[in-house]
Design a protein around this ligand. Structure first.
Ligand code: NAP
Length: 587
């Protein structure tokens, strides 16, 4: 019986290199790699050896006959990929990771010394590649008192299997060649010049920490939060306070004392995987979340939450959703939650076109079979919990007296005049199209803006304000004045690619950056560090006496796991910097 890859596929391709018959595609060398939602096993070529399942860092691969429940359809999904993308599984020439020549000494003698700014997935894959293939000494730095980046503070708490990638990084954090300085911010506590003066190379794995702006009136009303805040809030990121999100939806109109129509409705703007995560967390039974490492304050707020309906608003049509198939399918399988498509003429036309095309494989095809229902956003939601998919609607304003109460949407289907088919008790057209110009109101007590992330400048490095990225070529930071690489400065992860791709996409990304760094080392491009490793450690201690190292990181880990053990949870995260520092100080 063949194996199949399932929903939690992280795309890091650890399975590809161990397959003895090359039956897992796309491989990192194929053009489709990074463009498919997941990797797939060809059941016709699989020899059932199970090597891929052993290598998978997130436990996503199983024999087809053992797939059950929501995973049952992945046997067919794997098979369908090869029907649409026939491949002969021929081997390409082998590709070996770069390494350094035996006896290689960095400029100035001694081992190559590399600083990595960040401790998230892209930083960890970079460290892993450098430690595996060279004798380099590494320094990892993070502004937070705990390591993990998006693996700890981005991945949704109900995706514990994705968090298992951390196990594959454990060897990195136990390697004697690694030093870690946590609670230290580059740009504030240390400069790029100081890092460069103590290392041959500095790799920035700082992600894309800010949110994109909608740039519409009312965007910053209380009750309207960016996805970055919402996700950090439910993940107990210590810079986001426990009261950063209010799920009571401003239940009562402060002026009139009446219950607001949108008190039980949340709007999530955007149609990517982060929007899917947020919609799912908002409507999942809190008792299920209680078994995860969700922030205690978020769990308490979700237990009190009045939100029953989440409307996901997309500015384009059903064929252009940014979510991936596995994440969307999981949303439709959420126990006790219905998923409906807001029934509009343009949406109906899109869906009919997808249904008429038997070869259609896009996101529109995934909506086939979902109920279509015209949703009146000016009225309280119907009983029950549900997710409404609203397409072709662009938010043009957020409105409310003191806090958000509604979103004004525009789009071809938002014309309030188009009320054909609505029951006679439906809203007054003047209310659904207050501007009378193809706009309508969607009442909501919470609006989460999930429209992607934006990089923030790294002091000491060039920055392109338009693209919100550091200019680079293949991971080498470029000097915009000359167009040439800045010696010893590199990028990896979202800081390099922009905010696209899940955790596993960072493995190939890190390999490319490490290859560039090692090529530069061999070519003699890197400069000898002026300061020693000890001098750097002293500098960090001088600047941040409260910096933490690996010993303290382990103390935090132990404390959190111990807090979780009593209640059967993987861990209970410490949600503030003082709490983390106190746990770090405990022996
Ligand atoms: P994303 O995938 O880029 O999606 C952004 C969404 O925002 C798109 O639907 C986009 O619509 C919409 N949008 C952008 N600007 C807008 C505007 N001005 N008005 C209205 N809508 C706007 O971003 P993301 O969801 O933050 O995810 C980032 C990356 O992380 C993705 O690669 C994602 O797959 C990955 N991720 C993966 C997982 C997972 O695997 N489980 C979980 C979370 C995140 P248009 O398409 O029309 O621009």
């Amino acid at each position: 019986m063949a194996y199949a890859i399932t929903r939690t596929c992280c795309n890091d391709a650890s399975c590809v290199s161990v397959c003895p018959v090359n039956c897992i595609h796309p491989t990192p060398d194929e053009p489709a790699f990074g463009h498919t939602d997941m990797l797939y096993v060809d059941p016709a070529a699989c020899i059932d050896c199970g090597a891929c399942a052993d290598a998978c860092p997130v436990d996503a691969i199983f024999p087809v006959d053992r797939l059950m429940g929501p995973d049952a359809l992945y046997g067919e999904l794997n098979r369908a990929y090869y029907r649409d993308h026939p491949t002969d599984h021929a081997w390409d020439a082998p590709v070996f990771p770069r390494s350094l020549p035996t006896g290689f000494a960095g400029p100035g003698g001694g081992s190559l010394r590399v600083a990595i700014v960040g401790t998230g997935p892209s930083a960890s894959y970079t460290a892993q590649a450098l430690l595996h293939s060279t004798g380099a000494e590494l320094t990892m730095i993070d502004r937070l008192p705990v390591a993990g980046g998006l693996l700890r503070y981005g991945v949704a708490p109900d995706h514990q299997s994705t968090k298992r990638i951390a196990d594959s990084f454990a060897s990195v954090f136990h390697d004697p060649r690694l030093r870690v300085h946590l609670n230290v911010e580059v740009g504030t506590d240390l400069t790029h010049a100081e890092l460069a003066a103590h290392h041959h190379a500095v790799v920035y794995a700082v992600g894309a920490a800010a949110d994109r702006r909608l740039d519409v009136p009312g965007e910053d009303l209380p009750g309207s939060v960016p996805a970055t805040t919402f996700v950090r809030w439910y993940n107990a990121e210590p810079t986001v306070p426990a009261d950063a999100v209010d799920l009571t939806g401003g239940a009562v109109d402060l002026a009139g004392g009446a219950q607001l129509a949108g008190a039980e409705r949340a709007v999530v703007i955007g149609n990517g995987n982060v929007a899917v995560d947020i919609a799912r967390i908002l409507l999942t039974d809190p008792d299920r979340l209680a078994a995860t490492d969700i922030a205690d304050h978020a769990l308490a707020a979700l237990r009190r939450s009045r939100i029953r309906e989440v409307v996901m608003v997309a500015r384009r049509g059903p064929g252009h959703a940014a979510w991936t198939t596995p994440e969307f399918l999981a949303l439709t399988q959420l126990p006790g939650v219905d998923v409906v498509v807001d029934d509009r003429p343009v949406v109906r036309a899109d869906l009919e076109a997808a249904a008429a095309d038997p070869t259609a494989t896009g996101t529109a095809a995934l909506l086939a079979g979902l109920p279509l229902e015209r949703v009146d956003g000016t009225r309280p939601p119907r009983p029950g919990r549900r997710i409404v998919l609203r397409f072709h609607a662009t938010p043009v304003e957020l409105l409310g007296a003191g806090r958000v109460e509604a979103v004004r949407l525009a789009g071809p289907d938002a014309a309030g005049a188009d009320l054909t088919g609505l029951d006679p008790t439906a809203a007054d057209p003047a209310e659904t199209d207050p501007a009378g110009a193809g706009e309508e109101l969607l009442h909501a007590g919470l609006v989460v803006r999930s429209i992607g992330h934006r990089g923030i400048p790294v002091p000491g490095l060039p920055f392109d304000e338009v693209t919100a990225t550091v200019p680079h070529r293949g991971g080498r930071v470029l000097d915009p004045a000359t167009g040439r690489p800045l010696p010893g400065a590199y990028l990896v992860g979202w800081a390099k690619r922009g905010s696209s791709g899940g955790i596993g996409a960072n493995r190939a990304c890190a390999a490319e950056t490490v290859d560039a760094l090692l090529d530069d080392a061999v070519a003699g491009v890197l400069r000898a560090p002026a300061g020693t490793r000890k001098e750097f450690d002293r500098l960090v201690r001088d600047r941040r006496p409260d910096a933490l190292g690996l010993r303290q990181l382990r103390a935090i880990d132990r404390a959190e796991r111990a807090r979780g053990e009593a209640t059967g949870r993987p861990r209970v995260k410490l949600p503030t910097v003082p709490a983390l520092l106190a746990a770090a100080a405990r022996r």
